[in-house]
Ligand binder design. Structure first.
Ligand code: ATP
Length: 241
């Protein structure tokens, strides 16, 4: 029997005034899986994540978490329910310290229990955040801010983590570092992860399943191994290899 996906998007449509950014999308994440969404600029990837996270209301369709509809909830409610967004551009609080930013993430957890242990784990995974815990977050490098944004989301104890372009503006080395932590979050905490990424090679190497978006629609879907074998994926997303 098929297991119920932890997160499901069904026939989703999102508009900005007259602009139809998401044109009927179906997507599922199984518990414990990493799913990558690839696509060019303007394909609608950020809109998809923002609609799932409750930042934007869909015009049609549904978002279901553990079988229950969550669309129409505000972003705080969605986060408290267990679906937590790491937004594009990180959006850390620049004038709060690194530690204070991490504590801000804990608003959405259901219990205070284990908070110190979670903080210690984040500092173990991201030693640079430990070194800079008392500095203003605005003084961190782009890579460190991405680590902080992920750490802040983890303080919410998410069941599903939504990552919007974690590699944006990062060096190849830092991108690999971030994605190795993404894998670790998934294997050690069993967090399901939906990651939107321009870097198709690293996203397909990290995820279980993938979806390709073009102009608001899903144009291909499959396991990452299947997608990597498709000629158009090779040509347009993997640099013609
Ligand atoms: P990028 O990687 O550049 O963020 P994306 O795949 O995430 O691209 P979106 O940012 O979701 O794409 O944008 C999808 C479409 O919606 C684009 O045509 C974009 O111009 C449009 N769009 C995005 N935000 C708005 C807005 N606030 N108002 C009107 N149109 C918007």
């Amino acid at each position: 029997a098929m297991t119920q996906p932890i997160l499901a998007v069904r026939n989703l449509e999102t508009w900005y005034g007259p602009v139809n950014a998401i044109k009927g999308i179906n997507l599922e994440i199984q518990a414990g899986h990493i799913v990558a969404v690839l696509g060019a600029n303007g394909a609608g990837k950020t809109t998809l994540l923002n609609t799932i996270a409750g930042v934007i209301d869909p015009f049609k369709g549904s978002v279901e978490f553990e079988g229950r509809a969550i669309h129409g909830q505000d972003p705080d409610q969605v986060a408290r329910g267990g679906v937590v967004l790491v937004p594009e551009g990180r959006q850390v609080f620049p004038f709060l310290s690194v530690r204070e930013n991490l504590m801000m993430g804990s608003f959405a957890r259901s219990s205070r229990e284990g908070m110190a242990a979670d903080l210690a784990r984040i500092f173990e995974w991201f030693p640079r955040l430990l070194e800079r815990q008392d500095q203003h977050a605005g003084l961190l490098s782009g890579g460190e801010q991405q680590m902080l944004a992920i750490g802040r989301a983890l303080m919410a104890r998410p069941a599903v983590l939504l990552l919007d372009e974690p590699s944006l503006g990062l060096s190849p080395l830092l991108t690999r570092e971030i994605f190795s932590i993404v894998k670790r979050i998934n294997t050690e905490l069993r967090t399901a992860i939906l990651v939107v990424e321009q870097n198709a090679a690293i996203a397909l190497a990290t995820a279980n399943d993938g979806y390709i978006m073009e102009l608001g629609r899903i144009v291909a879907a499959g396991t990452c191994a299947e997608l990597m074998e498709k000629e158009d994926v090779k040509e347009f997303y993997l640099g013609g290899a």
